[in-house]
Write a protein that binds this ligand. Structure first.
Ligand SMILES: CC(C)(COP(=O)(O)OP(=O)(O)OC[C@H]1O[C@@H](n2cnc3c(N)ncnc32)[C@H](O)[C@@H]1OP(=O)(O)O)[C@@H](O)C(=O)NCCC(=O)NCCS
Length: 193
């Protein structure tokens, strides 16, 4: 699978977007620990510490989950500036919410997505081409539908705008932890978007 992509930031800096590799543990740990509450209040697929980065880099299995990282130089040092998770399947908890609104997810054909961009690079148009690449990979792997890992919080208006711009449809709303309201959204990968 050729799953890498290159692009340039508006500054002209080169960015490589590729699947996570075993040797990325230190860079991934630095990325995780750089995230502040501004991002982690909306993005929580797992803990963000060095131990988690080490564990993820030790247990890479592209048949199950592709963790994409975008790499560039920041202040002269190589840094991860985006981390996008593509799970080739769906979780029981996400599947249950969809089935409650009459949509059957198929873990063998559907996939689950969770993106994050380093704070100083958010809102500059980086997430959009990275996401288009993830869609391309998901389609090439034969996936027919993409859903959001744990939905998107309704307070995350930028996230919802971002997903709708990419063609996601709102499916159903739900309350996760008490007082945290979220929206499920799905993207039909069989349609052009
Ligand atoms: C969501 C995220 C991955 C998008 O990546 P990005 O690089 O910031 O996205 P882009 O710059 O390509 O696009 C952002 C869009 O949101 C818009 N936007 C910015 N702030 C907004 C707001 N408060 N409300 C609505 N839209 C907003 C921008 O104008 C842009 O839309 P446009 O292209 O139509 O102008 C990134 O912002 C992020 O990591 N956010 C924090 C973590 C997160 O929310 N992850 C998703 C959890 S479900």
């Amino acid at each position: 699978m050729c799953a890498a992509m290159e692009l340039r930031l508006p500054s002209g800096e080169h960015v490589l977007f590729r699947p996570l590799r075993a040797e990325d543990a230190a860079l991934l740990g630095e990325y995780f620990t750089s995230l502040t509450r501004e991002t982690t209040r909306f993005y929580g697929p797992h803990a963000f510490d060095q131990a988690t980065a080490d564990q993820l880099c030790r247990s890479i299995n592209y048949d199950d989950t592709i963790r994409f990282v975008a790499l560039t130089r920041v202040d002269g040092r190589e840094r991860i500036i985006a981390y996008f998770i593509l799970v080739l399947g769906t979780s029981e908890s996400d599947g249950k919410r969809y089935s409650d609104v009459g949509i059957l997810l198929d873990p063998a054909q559907d996939c689950t997505f969770a993106p994050s961009v380093r704070e100083q690079f958010q809102n500059q148009g980086l997430g959009t081409p990275l996401f288009r690449h993830v869609i391309h990979v998901a389609r090439r792997l034969g996936r027919r539908k993409m859903v959001l890992m744990g939905g998107v919080q309704v307070l995350n208006t930028r996230g919802i705008h971002f997903y709708e711009k990419q063609g996601f449809q709102r499916v159903g709303g739900f309350e996760g932890p008490p007082g945290i309201f979220s929206q499920d959204m799905e993207l039909n990968l069989l349609l052009d978007s």
